[in-house]
Design a protein around this ligand. Structure first.
Ligand code: GLN
Length: 193
C-alpha cells in the first residue's frame, strides 16, 4: 500500500515513520509531479498559511482535492484539518472536504501548546496539541464525532475523511497504529460506528 503524505512543510516525516511502522510505503508529495498512484492520503500538521503559500508554485492542493472527492481514505491532522474544513475562522477555506467549522489557534499562542487526555474512538491516551485549532461547529449530520478532549470535539469523520486537531503521529501508540492500518486498508468510517 502506498500512502501519499503532503510534504510542503510541517510534521510529514513523523507521519512517514508511522506509515513505515505499519508496513506500508510512504510517498512524500511536494509537487504535482510527485503524485503517483496512492491508496491513502495524509495532510499533516504544520502551518496552514505557509502550506497555502507554497502551494501557489504547484497548485498541488487542487489535485489532492479531486483525489479526496473521488473517495481516497484521507487523514488530516491540525493544519491539514484547517485545509479541509468547510469554514475557517481566522483564515480562509482552502479545499473544503469536511463539513466542520474550524477556529485557528483557538487555544492561544505557541506557548499555550499542551498535552491532554483524548478519547479517540474507544481508546483514551495523552496526545499533543500544538498551537491547535478547535472544531468549533459541526455543519452537517453526515459528520461523526470520533475524538474528544474535555468535552470538546477534537476529531471528526465524514465519508472517507478523518480530521483531527491533535498529533497522534507524535505518539505512534499501538491503538493509533492499529486504527491507521485498518483505515488505510478498509477506507472509510473505520470504527466510527
Ligand atoms: N496553528 C497552525 C495553523 O493555523 C496549526 C498548528 C499545527 O498544525 N500544529 O495552521
Amino acid at each position: 500500500m502506498k500512502v501519499g503524505i503532503l510534504s510542503f512543510q510541517g510534521s510529514f516525516l513523523d507521519h512517514s515513520k508511522s506509515i513505515s511502522e505499519i508496513g506500508f510505503n510512504p510517498l512524500l508529495i511536494k509537487q504535482s509531479k510527485d503524485l503517483d498512484f496512492i491508496d491513502a492520503l495524509i495532510l499533516p500538521g504544520g502551518e496552514s498559511t505557509a502550506m497555502k503559500k507554497i502551494n501557489e508554485f504547484s497548485g498541488l492542493l487542487s489535485k489532492l482535492d479531486q483525489i479526496i472527492k473521488d473517495g481516497i481514505p484521507t487523514l488530516t491532522t491540525c493544519a491539514g484539518t484547517i485545509l479541509l474544513a468547510k469554514e475557517v475562522i481566522g483564515g480562509e477555506e482552502t479545499i473544503p472536504n469536511i463539513d466542520i467549522e474550524i477556529t485557528r489557534n483557538a487555544y492561544g499562542r505557541q506557548t499555550e501548546s499542551f498535552e491532554g487526555n483524548v478519547k479517540f474512538f474507544e481508546n483514551e491516551d495523552i496526545y499533543c496539541f500544538i498551537r491547535a485549532p478547535k472544531i468549533s461547529k459541526i455543519l452537517s449530520d453526515e459528520v461523526d464525532i470520533i475524538a474528544e478532549h474535555n468535552d470538546e470535539i477534537v476529531g471528526a469523520a465524514q465519508k472517507n475523511v478523518v480530521a483531527l486537531t491533535f498529533h497522534p503521529e507524535l505518539n505512534n501508540d499501538e491503538y493509533y497504529l492499529n486504527w491507521l492500518y485498518d483505515f488505510i486498508l478498509e477506507g472509510k468510517n473505520v470504527r466510527s460506528f
